[in-house]
Design a protein around this ligand. Structure first.
Ligand SMILES: Nc1ncnc2c1ncn2[C@@H]1O[C@H](COP(=O)(O)OP(=O)(O)OP(=O)(O)O)[C@@H](O)[C@H]1O
Length: 492
């Protein structure tokens, strides 16, 4: 049975323990000292006197357990300060997970808690009913897995939260647990689950970047579909990705970075850097728009080798890896091509010898004709039903087509890598059921937001709607069907 507890109307009187809003701390507790009509006077525990409207004063549960409750539905008052207080209390005790019914709330610990995710822990959660043990991401994966095995039902786990909240880390833990449950022992070669887990470092190298909030922010959405056979063993998997942030390839602002792969390649062993004619990241326009080149505690040179190893594991051949990095290097060189005004009006030429070098290198790496590449950058071809018109571009427009080309090449490279991973992991056309894990980029709002940011935020809002639909609206429909007396909540 599902229960819902709502903040019941409680009389606020002189002496009541309450929560009031605080500009610095969000909420602060205190005691009511006086009530003048709608105005409530509160003496806060941090020594302030606050006068506020009665509608902004919330009762505090003075009998709440000191360590908080592991399921928010056990709270006496389910209002914002009550929920936050409970999460904060638990967080102080390193309890980063809390349930709200069958939803799991995870608070980012920003530190490694290895014992929380070891094999011993996985074994404990195996087959345990939800709520029997402490809240944990493994428990959620276990429920999904049991439902699939017992009822043959496919399930999806939705991981949402704002940027830096810990979605990607949570997704990895979910997958690791599912691999633990459905993995095969004694299978020769690389198993599906190993390949799915190993595809993470590859996807992260090409689809993650440092942002203001997160040193390893996913700049794409991801839906991992793990397929199972009739005995509950993993039989295949597919990774579907959505809307890679393309603008980052050409434009970054301090203290953010471009996609990790560019910096990794600039730290590759000397002979590889020579092969791709690469220098330090500072020498490339697509990287030097921000002064941030390094990440704390990360060795780019080691990460480069780790990415190569991960590529081996997911089945990307040596030759293909070379092709991938040739394209990455080509994009860096492409970004260094500059244009000057040409003789004719609204036309441009390659600016100088340096730009000519980068043009030739780009062409060499992409294995295309340098003259064709040059034409593609400084001219625009328009095809009309009657004729084909070629028009020259001024330097500004040429820069625009250079950047557009870089973005297109990069996003196609990313899609190609994802396809490659999927082919290599292999899908099971006869799979009995799947468990999907959705990890999308989090909500973010800057002073200036691009169209891509709009799409990201729109996706988050749509998911929030989906969540509301399932958690509240459908619940209310049940209440109505069962004719339970219930005050309706309106959603916009
Ligand atoms: N359970 C956890 N244990 C330890 N560290 C964590 C955990 N969850 C998150 N972190 C830390 O927080 C950082 C950000 O988390 P993560 O990349 O998962 O965020 P995200 O919600 O996916 O963000 P974005 O939407 O920007 O991709 C991680 O790099 C890691 O250092």
């Amino acid at each position: 049975m599902r229960t819902f507890v709502i903040a019941s109307q409680v009389n606020i009187i002189v002496g009541s323990h309450v929560w009031v809003e605080d500009p610095g701390l969000a909420w602060i507790d205190g005691q009511v000292t006086r009530i003048d009509g709608q105005d409530v006077h509160v003496q806060t525990t941090n020594g302030k006197k606050v006068v506020t409207n009665i509608s902004k004063v919330f009762p505090k549960d003075t009998e709440a357990p000191p360590g908080g409750v592991d399921d928010m539905t056990k709270l006496s008052y389910l209002h914002e300060p009550g929920v936050l207080q409970n999460l904060a209390t638990r967080y102080e005790l390193n309890e980063i997970y809390t349930y709200t019914g069958n939803i799991l709330i995870a608070i980012n610990p920003f530190q490694k808690i290895p014992h929380l995710y070891d094999t011993h822990m996985m074994e404990q959660y195996k087959g345990a009913a939800l709520g029997e043990l402490s809240p944990h991401v493994f428990a959620i994966a276990d429920v999904a897995y049991r439902a699939m095995v017992n009822e043959g039902k496919s399930n999806s786990i939705l991981v949402s939260g704002e940027s830096g909240a810990g979605k990607t880390e949570t997704t990895k833990m979910l997958m690791r647990y599912l691999a633990h449950l459905g993995g095969r022992s004694g299978v020769e070669g690389r198993t599906v689950e190993q390949q799915v887990l190993e595809s993470n470092p590859v996807l992260e190298a090409f689809g993650n970047a440092k942002t203001v909030r997160n040193n390893n922010s996913s700049r794409f959405g991801k839906f991992v579909e793990i397929q199972f056979d009739k005995s509950g063993r993993i039989s295949g998997a597919a990774v579907r990705t959505y809307l890679l942030e393309r603008s980052r390839v050409c434009q970054i602002s301090d203290p953010e970075r471009n996609y990790h792969c560019f910096y990794l390649l600039c730290a590759a062993p000397a002979e590889e850097r020579e092969k791709y004619k690469l220098g330090s990241p500072e020498s490339f326009h697509y990287l030097n728009q921000s002064k941030c080149y390094k990440l704390d505690g990360v060795s780019e040179a080691e990460e480069y080798l780790a990415t190569r190893r991960a590529m081996d594991i997911v089945g990307i051949s040596e030759e293909e890896q070379d092709a991938i990095f040739r394209v990455v290097a080509a994009i860096l060189h492409l970004g260094n091509i500059e244009f000057a005004k040409g003789k004719e009006i609204d036309s441009s030429v390659i600016k100088d010898e340096k730009s000519r070098f980068h043009l030739n290198t780009t062409a060499e790496l992409l294995k295309c004709d340098p003259k064709s590449l040059e034409d593609a950058l400084i001219k625009r071809v328009m095809v009309t039903p009657e004729e084909v018109i070629t028009r020259t571009l001024d330097p500004e427009a040429a820069l625009g087509s250079r950047d557009a080309l870089a973005k297109t090449i990069y996003s196609r490279l990313f899609d190609w890598i994802v396809d490659k991973i999927n082919i290599s992991i292999g899908q099971d056309p006869n799979s009995k059921a799947i468990i999907g894990v959705l990890d999308i980029y989090g909500f973010e709002s800057f002073k200036q937001n691009s169209f891509e940011q709009f799409c990201i935020n729109f996706t988050n809002e749509k998911l929030q709607q989906h969540f509301n639909q399932h958690v509240f609206k459908m619940e209310q429909e049940d209440y109505e069907k069962e004719q339970i007396n219930w005050s309706y909540i309106e959603f916009c």
